[in-house]
Design a protein around this ligand. Structure first.
Ligand SMILES: *Cc1c(COP(=O)(O)O)cnc(C)c1O
Length: 369
């Protein structure tokens, strides 16, 4: 093996642009690193109530079948989703989490050199998908108070623009695009641009003028809507989400997916969870109460926060934000330090159970004196 030194397997150039994803710290890691037993995680927008009980039952009853390959078309899950949303099963693709949908859409539509318009700050997977394909991201900053800037988005579109992302409610700000603005954007976009409306947090949004974007798919616009089972349905660990678009767009995306992209338990869970209205309502209720509890606590501490349509709140801590984040971690409370979104004075806090929220607020009080 004398020549071992000469081996030089060169990765694709575009991979240099890919930054590693920075997830919320897992509970076990903080327990191990700090020797803590009680750890509260308010960092990944998971459902504090747990998974949909219907999904858990479906997983349990299907578990004896896992020696079989899953259905490559995820037909039962698609049918259940289609029935629930009153759309055609052919307008749905079930994916290994919403994240996979972003990768698949990128693989299906992006050529090297194409442009992808992304809001900023927003979900990092949009950039990941673009860079994977050697496409160029064109970030459009959110306007004042993290509102979407429709004119700014339209001005960023060129001949090379292939995809535009709108995340509403937006992660990490919790703000949303009002229906009238989304309509104006969609109607003004040139026909060579596919608009992905990422409504991963749609169930938490309560504004009268909020829309998850599905009506535009129905109306025939080049729009694809992303939904996930990771958030309100409480299934982040099993990885399942879906996209809704025209049959033509869906069948194009189908071409690039692996045959067995969604595991059998995830398919069974998704088919059951989508019908679990009781769990959705309970989850929305806990979130509404928790969000108010956090708002009140932050106000009492004199902290600015952004009103959220989602299950997390962006809070401004000032120049001490990193230090406060570290001190919270030392107390066993995991939140997200927002520097990864270019917001070094902020943290993002997922809404937890009442006692978890209370614990966070008490700890903040201690830390901030
Ligand atoms: C969580 C999330 C998703 C999807 O996550 P998966 O766990 O991959 O389904 C998509 N978009 C945003 C903005 C999210 O926060």
């Amino acid at each position: 093996m004398e020549n071992l030194k000469e081996i030089n397997i060169v990765p694709r150039k575009t991979l240099e642009k890919i930054k590693p994803y920075s997830p919320g710290k897992p509970i076990w890691e903080v327990q191990n690193e700090l020797g803590l037993t009680k750890v509260i995680k308010l960092a990944s927008n998971e459902n504090p109530l747990g998974a949909s009980p219907k999904a858990i039952a479906a997983i349990n009853s299907f578990v004896t079948e896992i020696h079989r390959y899953p259905d490559a078309g995820a037909k039962l899950a698609s049918a259940a989703i289609a029935a629930k949303l009153d759309i055609k099963a052919e307008e749905i693709i079930v994916t290994n989490g919403g994240d996979e949908l972003i990768s698949l859409v990128s693989e299906a539509f992006l050529e090297a050199g194409d442009e992808v318009v992304v809001p900023s700050p927003s979900f990092s997977e949009y950039e990941f998908g673009a860079h994977l394909m050697g496409a160029k991201t064109v970030p459009v900053p959110l306007a004042e108070n993290y509102q979407y800037d429709v004119d700014g988005l339209l001005a960023a579109v060129t001949e090379r623009t292939k995809i535009m992302y709108i995340c509403s409610p937006n992660n990490p700000t919790g703000t949303y695009i009002p229906a009238a603005d989304l309509k104006r954007l969609i109607e003004a976009l040139p026909k060579h641009v596919l608009l992905m409306v990422d409504s991963a947090y749609s169930y938490y949004a309560y504004a009268d003028d909020y829309t998850n974007g599905l009506e535009y798919v129905g109306a025939g616009y080049p729009v694809i809507v992303l939904q996930t089972f990771s958030k309100i349905f409480g299934l982040a660990g099993i990885r399942v989400g879906f996209g809704v678009a025209s049959e033509a767009v869906i069948s194009t995306i189908m071409k690039v997916k692996e045959p067995f992209n969604v595991n059998a338990l995830a398919q069974a869970a998704a088919a059951a969870a989508i019908t679990d209205e009781e769990h959705v309502l309970a989850s929305v209720h806990v979130n509404d109460l928790g969000r108010e509890q956090l708002y009140k606590g932050f106000s009492e501490l004199g902290l600015n926060y952004t009103t959220s349509m989602s299950n997390f709140v962006l809070v401004e801590l000032g120049a001490e934000a990193k230090s406060i984040y570290d001190q919270l971690l030392a107390k066993g409370i995991i939140v997200r330090y927002a520097a990864i979104w270019g917001l070094p004075h902020h943290i993002r806090v997922s809404v937890g159970l009442p006692e978890e929220n209370e614990c966070l607020l008490e700890s903040l009080k201690e830390i901030m004196g």
